[in-house]
Design a protein around this ligand. Sequence first.
Ligand SMILES: *Cc1c(COP(=O)(O)O)cnc(C)c1O
Length: 423
Amino acid sequence: MSAPQYVSTRGGGDPVPFREALLDGLAPDGGLYVPTHVPDLPSSWRGAGSLADLGARVLAEWLPDVDGLGALVADALAFPVPLVPLEGSGWEGVHVLELFHGPTLSFKDVGARTMARLMGAALGGEPVTILAATSGDTGSAVASGFEGVAGVRVVLLYPKGQVSAVQERQLIVERENVQALAVEGTFDDCQRLVKRAFSEARPEEGRLSSANSINIGRLLPQMLYYLWADRQLGGEPPLVIVPSGNLGNLTAGTLAMRGGLGVAGFLAAHNANDGFPRFLAGGSPPAGDSVRTLSNAMDVGVPSNLERLRSLYSDDELRRLVRGEAVTDDETTASMRRVHDETGYLCDPHTAVGLEAARRARQRGAAAPIVVLSTAHPAKFPESVEAATGVGPEAPERLAALWDAPVAVETIPPMLDALRVHL
Ligand SMILES: *Cc1c(COP(=O)(O)O)cnc(C)c1O
């Protein structure tokens, strides 16, 4: 079968090649791009010796036209993704897939680094400015991901004073082709500015592109670690638990399954932003505003990738395949403490939401092996980890080094003219 093309979830327009879906981000009718079909996994994937090796083999079925795909993936995914078994009574057969060993300590490095290199290859040196509004882990992963990609300049907007100290540091550390802008306003102001910059773009600003979380170029590489977990686990298909917000991670997992990966089921673990679990339990699709929680990267009221999931599956199919679980902040803190007490494993609040869902699944009698995706390093959230466990997580060297590195950031009012100076 030939490689897939991409169509809008809203049905408008003809299928487009990957390059167009990648560079445009959003379909012209406002929908999200989904593949016309899911290629079968090549039989060689089980022989892969590393995540990057696996990535090169699997993505070749999706992206046969990308020159140097193997080297590109190897460069993007040059960090370990270990599957760590928990040891302690009651936790038998529970494994944590640590996705946070990349440069910015969250799983977003996997998607952002690969997407950045795919965009660099698609542009072939044509200059482009990537504009991104960010509130959390995405901005730093995107900035870091594009670092050194030829022809690409990145302009990042974040709400001044409204991101954590570690997150801000990761955004403003000086990078050759990245301009960080602290906007005197909210995250919504940042997003509004980005939208206006696109709709009112001027020819002299050159090509503008976005790197938001719904880009298909971020989704495809996220399939790979589901396969990599299976390679390390071997044996019975696992129940996979995904700490979820915008549902990109979960959507990627279902694509891996469609390609042929065996899974016992998915469990979407949410914080108090529980619209998706309610929907899965028979309610209407999520609509409300988000509330702030300890696991702030999952504070999403209306998950944008639900539109993708519902175009890939009927609601009945989705409800059979995925179960939802909602975990409060108190339960998240208790989970960090319990897991640490019972197994010695220190986890961040997002992973703790997943591990609480794992505990509940076992209580309900789930017998399959369990893989919990760990989406962030505990040192990214030192305050809540220490408050819960009494233990301060040790910062990896690349995080500690940030505090000595030069920074470059400008503060702007939330006005288009102030942004334009930087385009
Ligand atoms: C973004 C993020 C999530 C949520 O992932 P989605 O793909 O949006 O569902 C979970 N945990 C962390 C640490 C994140 O940064």
